[in-house]
Design a protein around this ligand. Sequence first.
Ligand code: GCO
Length: 407
Amino acid sequence: MGFPDDFLWGTATAGHQVEGNNTASDFWALEHTPGSRFAEPSGDACDHYRLYREDIALLKELGFTSYRFSIEWSRVEPEPGFVSRAAIEHYRDVLKACHEAGLTPMVTLHHFTSPKWLPDLGGWEGDETPERFAAYCRVVLAELGQLIPYAVTINEANIAVLTRRMIADRPAPDTTEQAPVGADVADALLGSDLPKVFLFAFGEAGPDIAKRAHVLARQAIREVSPTTKVGVTLALQDYQPEPGAEETARERWAEDFDDFLPSIDGDDFLGVQNYTRARLGEGHAPPEDAERTQMGYEFYPQALENVLRHAATAGLPLIVTENGVATSDDTRRVEFIRQATEGVHRCLADGVDVRGYFYWSALDNYEWMFGYRPKFGLIAVDRATQRRTVKDSAHFLGAIAKRNSLT
Ligand code: GCO
């Protein structure tokens, strides 16, 4: 049950969700808009901006070999054209801390949040955005590229395609806890006047802007840091059509995945992010007796294997850049990880080129509109004291990483 020698075993976080006080970002502004539909503002988050050295040391001690985190565009460029040296030096130190601990860093340059000045320039539906994003990537990689072996330009470049569909498909507003995935988010979104932030760029231009931003960013990164491996990540669902719904499944794969293939052609890897399956056809909901996660969707770790096999058709090395479960029952997280990693192993045995597995997330953190309620972390965070408590699941996955083997 071994894995290839250089297989990356990591955990993932995103700046806005863990750093705290990301005050120059568009999401911070959204969270503080009167009538905001966010459950709560992000506030200090996990204070990871201050505590990153301790967190990285803990991940190392647990046995991980890699750490995926994001650099905040709004910290690096808080005003258009102004580059904060302080922010660059901060991230240089985060990268150094990874290298000193022997963790291979994977850096995401855009994980949903953007500078709060971007929406005024059209945000993620604006024509200028790809060039501006690429310019920011160029600055970061020119400064820090030697410390960055893996760069993800955009996290879930296809996410607006999925959220737009989720809103269109949302169930009647009187649904309860059993509501299908994201129903409450969809309702909340419909009630607000959306700025053009990345997550909610539902206009026709959205997907093309994201694709063009990726292509220009990749080009900029390669010019200034040719040794950095570059890719994008995609949110991919395991579509399981009932008889008669096969065509719907094909259409969804075409929209979520095939449409992005021309722009990722030439990338060094593809980041695969998966959390559950989506049944299509009659009822298109999880079975009545299905176990639900704190996100409302089905507990279904088998989805990852199915999605990896499909994603392999891109012809790029694959890295599982996110996979995880929100639950307050850590024994279920252990079970989720056990089944998901077995699926990865079966893929490898069949020759699917998977280079790493990153669990989402290292820490219990800010789950966007849901606030701090969903618990995705391997490590619990007491937000009053910022004390970290390692869960059993962290030891479980850390041990797999140390052995580089499942048994
Ligand atoms: C996403 C993001 C993460 C989430 C995670 C759990 O997929 O939405 O990359 O920021 O927190 O997926 O929902």
